[in-house]
Ligand binder design. Structure first.
Ligand SMILES: Nc1ncnc2c1ncn2[C@@H]1O[C@H](COP(=O)(O)OP(=O)(O)O)[C@@H](O)[C@H]1O
Ligand SMILES: [Mg+2]
Length: 282
C-alpha cells in the first residue's frame, strides 16, 4: 500500500499472550498491518485464532505483550475517544433498564456532549438504521437483528473516526445478516468511517472489504493480505455472482487451508455443510 495516504491506524509487531496455569497462552504473535483513512479492512481467521484479542488490543481495551498500536501516529494505551467498538454479544452490550434511545446516547456522556445534542445524535443514528419508531422501546422488546442495529446506531451516534467490529453479525439469521451487511456498507459509504471488521465468514469478508487480512491459526500472524477491487456499491446478488468474487473467496479459502484453519470444527463453532465459515482450530 505504498501509494496510499498515510495510515490512520498502524499495528506494529503486535503480540499478546495470557497467563494460564503453568505457562502462557500465546494468542497473537507478531501481527503488523496498516489501515488507511476511510478503508474497510476485514480480519478473517479460524475461531480461537486470536481475532478478538487482536481487536481488543487495537481498541486499547487490552495491553499488548509486545509491539504497539498507533492511532494517527500516537500509541494507543487506553480506548481512544475517536474509536467506536461493536462486539458480537449485542444482548450483553445493551443496558436492559434503559430504552433504546438512552442506550444509544449512553457512551456520549463520556464525550461531554450536552443532553440536547445527545438526543439529536440518537435520533439521527436510529433513523439511519431504520429504528426511529423503536426509540422508546426497551432493547429486550426487539429481535436480535434489531438489537444489533441498535448497537450500530450507538457506534454511529458516537461519531467515531474508526469503527472496530467483532463478528457483529455472527449470531443473526442469514437474511438479517445480509441486510445488516448492506446497512453497514451504506453507513460506511455515507460517513467515510475507517472500519476494521472481524469475521470468521469468508464470503462476508470479501463482500464487505477493500482488503481482507487473513490470519493464521493461533497464535495469529498475518498469513496473507488480499486486496478486494470489487465495484461499489455492492449487492448481495450481483456482487456475489461476479467471477472476481468467486476468485477472491477461493484465494482467501486456499490461504486458510494452507495455514491449517481447516481442521476439525469444535461443536461450538461447527459450520453447516457447504458454508464457507472457517472451521475452528482445535
Ligand atoms: N482472558 C483470557 N485468558 C486466557 N486465555 C484467553 C483469554 N482470552 C482469550 N484467550 C485464549 O486466546 C486464544 C484466542 O482467543 P480469541 O482472541 O478470543 O480468539 P477468536 O476471537 O479468534 O476466536 C484462545 O485460545 C483463547 O482461549
Ligand atoms: Mg472472537
Amino acid at each position: 500500500m505504498s501509494s496510499s495516504p498515510p495510515a490512520v491506524l498502524e499495528v506494529a509487531s503486535l503480540a499478546k499472550s495470557y497467563p494460564v496455569r503453568g505457562g502462557r497462552t500465546e494468542a497473537v504473535a507478531g501481527v503488523s498491518f496498516d489501515v488507511a483513512p476511510g478503508e474497510f479492512v476485514c480480519l478473517v481467521g479460524p475461531s480461537g485464532c486470536g481475532k478478538t484479542t487482536l481487536l481488543r488490543c487495537l481498541a486499547g481495551l487490552l495491553a499488548p505483550s509486545a509491539g504497539e498500536v498507533r492511532l494517527a501516529g500516537a500509541p494507543v494505551r487506553r480506548p481512544p475517544p475517536q474509536m467506536g467498538f461493536v462486539s458480537q454479544d449485542y444482548s450483553n452490550s445493551m443496558l436492559p433498564w434503559l430504552k433504546v434511545d438512552k442506550n444509544v446516547t449512553f457512551p456520549l456522556r463520556h464525550k461531554g456532549i450536552g443532553a440536547r445534542r445527545r438526543a439529536e445524535l440518537a435520533a439521527e443514528a436510529l433513523r439511519v438504521v431504520g429504528l426511529s419508531e423503536f426509540a422508546r422501546h426497551y432493547p429486550w422488546q426487539l429481535s436480535g437483528g434489531m438489537q444489533q442495529r441498535v448497537a450500530i446506531a450507538r457506534a454511529l451516534a458516537y461519531q467515531p473516526e474508526i469503527l472496530l467490529m467483532d463478528e457483529p453479525f455472527a449470531s443473526v439469521d442469514a437474511q438479517t445478516r445480509g441486510e445488516l451487511e448492506d446497512l453497514l456498507l451504506d453507513v460506511w459509504a455515507t460517513y467515510g468511517v475507517t472500519t476494521v471488521f472481524v469475521t470468521h465468514d469468508i464470503d462476508e469478508s470479501v463482500y464487505l472489504a477493500d482488503r481482507v487480512i487473513v490470519l493464521s491459526r493461533r497464535p495469529s500472524t498475518v498469513a496473507r493480505q488480499v486486496t478486494v477491487g470489487l465495484p461499489r456499491p455492492r449487492d448481495q446478488i450481483s456482487t456475489k455472482e461476479l467471477p472476481e468474487f468467486t476468485r477472491l473467496r477461493t484465494e482467501v479459502m486456499r490461504t486458510i487451508a494452507q495455514v491449517g484453519g481447516g481442521g476439525p470444527a469444535s461443536s461450538e463453532h461447527r459450520a453447516p455443510p457447504g458454508s464457507s465459515r472457517v472451521a475452528a482450530s482445535p
